[in-house]
Design a protein around this ligand. Structure first.
Ligand SMILES: NC(=O)c1ccc[n+]([C@@H]2O[C@H](COP(=O)([O-])OP(=O)(O)OC[C@H]3O[C@@H](n4cnc5c(N)ncnc54)[C@H](OP(=O)(O)O)[C@@H]3O)[C@@H](O)[C@H]2O)c1
Length: 404
């Protein structure tokens, strides 16, 4: 089933970074539902060659990139010789997909700070970005925003909370804005006692009550680092101090976020928890596309509830505000240490409650510097990763205390 654009067609040309991931696959399902709207010109992924090969067969991009040359060789073996696109590898390959595939829009959906450099490259090349990779704005928000402004490049949020705020702000005056409210599901451990959290396993943490997402963001939702990252992301994207960004727990994940205005009026955006909605909006903004799927049935949901977050059980949120207030390179440290700690937790090398402890220790060991360049951010990112790895190794080599 070929969906490639015909020359001269007016379909929007997309390059998708992280096409084999949860957001990448949801993006391609929107494309598959609206082949008259989109053509896929570039795909970048890591190692999942089986899914990538299927995507290449179905969407026929001209340019593809994978994690390294060994993965590229495995991918070539899966593709019929007559339909092979140009296949690149490594960070240079992703950068080329982002900047040289002829895309009208880059969907930035890789996971982690590795998404920063290609996203910034797309912006510097003047290509609009639909941004799912929140780590980009957390690690280097002011640099990315300055580049987008300098080039006049639109940066459209895909994260459901930021998409909700972006939608609620349409047609509003900035000076009428009082506060942003980010909603959070509270994750799978919302009602767990602190003592129970000590023994959380990766399998338990990977079971999100409402959203089906990649492993890293699912763990971030369980620790509430996801909300910490989102507070920083919102502060950067909507250019507001973090003290004007509040978080409220909303377990049903129907209200995706809200904007409060000076007159006390609050505009909320609602919808079923399905990432295809904010993705489709980012792909066609300011238009909307009809999408298949169950409608929002408020009578069936019956109850929407809200409660304050518990920062004692989930200290990640406090760390997020602290990092945002420190500014400069501190959010990059929070992000990098969290990435390392989450990977260690998923591999069984770190306990759940040690994730925020590792992040806090990395932040305490760092003196925030004003943000200057991508090279500086990447160096800070490497430093924080090494620091966190060292701490986790130390924890694992220390003699285990007898269980009380
Ligand atoms: N999932 C959601 O619902 C959701 C919602 C809001 C925001 N986000 C944000 O969107 C981003 C993606 O999340 P996700 O849940 O879609 O993650 P995911 O399912 O883990 O997918 C990550 C993608 O990044 C690719 N990737 C990883 N390392 C790479 C590398 N070195 N080079 C090239 N590609 C690489 C992966 O490729 P392989 O799998 O082929 O290795 C995969 O395609 C994250 O920043 C997340 O915070 C996600």
């Amino acid at each position: 089933m070929e969906k490639r654009t015909t020359p001269g067609s007016s379909r929007k040309r997309l390059a998708i970074l992280g096409s084999t991931g949860s957001i990448g696959r949801s993006t391609l399902s929107v494309v598959a539902e609206h082949p008259e709207e989109f053509a896929v010109v570039g795909l970048a992924a890591g190692e999942n060659v089986v899914v990538l090969a299927q995507q290449i067969q179905e969407f026929r991009p001209a340019l593809v990139s994978v994690k390294d040359e060994a993965v590229a060789a495995r991918l070539r073996e899966l593709l019929p010789r007559d339909s092979t696109p140009r296949i690149l590898a490594g960070p240079e390959g992703v950068r080329e997909v982002a900047t040289a595939s002829g895309a009208d829009l880059v969907v930035s959906a890789m996971v982690g700070a590795v998404g920063l450099a290609p996203t910034l490259a797309a912006i510097e090349a003047g290509v609009p970005v639909a941004l799912a990779n929140k780590e980009t704005l957390v690690a280097a928000g002011p640099l990315v925003m300055a580049a987008a402004k300098a080039r006049g490049v639109p940066l459209i949020p895909v994260d459901s909370e930021h998409s909700a705020i972006f939608q609620a702000l349409q047609g509003q005056r900035r000076e009428d804005l009082k506060r942003l409210w980010l909603t959070a599901s509270g994750g799978p451990f919302r009602s767990w006692e602190a003592s129970r959290l000590e023994k959380v396993t990766a399998r338990e943490a990977l079971r999100h009550p409402n959203w089906n997402m990649g492993p890293k963001i699912t763990i971030d939702s369980a620790t509430m680092f996801n909300k910490a990252l989102e507070v920083i992301e919102a502060s950067v994207l909507f250019e507001l101090p973090v003290d004007k960004i509040a978080v409220v727990i909303h377990p049903q994940s129907i209200v995706h976020s809200m904007v409060e205005f000076v007159d006390g009026s609050v505009i909320a955006q609602m919808g079923v928890p399905d990432m295809r909605l904010p993705i489709a909006y980012a792909l066609t903004y300011p238009r909307r596309l009809p999408l298949n799927g169950p409608p929002l049935d408020l009578c069936q949901i019956a109850r929407l509830s809200f409660e304050p977050p518990d920062e004692a059980r989930f200290p990640a949120l406090t760390l997020g505000y602290t990092a945002a207030r420190a500014g400069g390179t501190m959010p990059a440290v929070l992000n990098a240490a969290n990435e390392v700690a989450v990977a260690a937790f998923l591999e069984g090398r770190l306990r759940f409650l040690d994730i925020p402890r590792v992040v806090e220790a990395a932040m305490a060991a760092h003196q925030a510097q004003p943000l200057e360049s991508l090279e500086q951010v990447l160096a800070v990112n490497d430093w924080a990763r090494d620091f966190a790895q060292g701490l986790i190794r130390q924890k694992n080599s220390a003699p285990k205390q007898a269980e009380a």
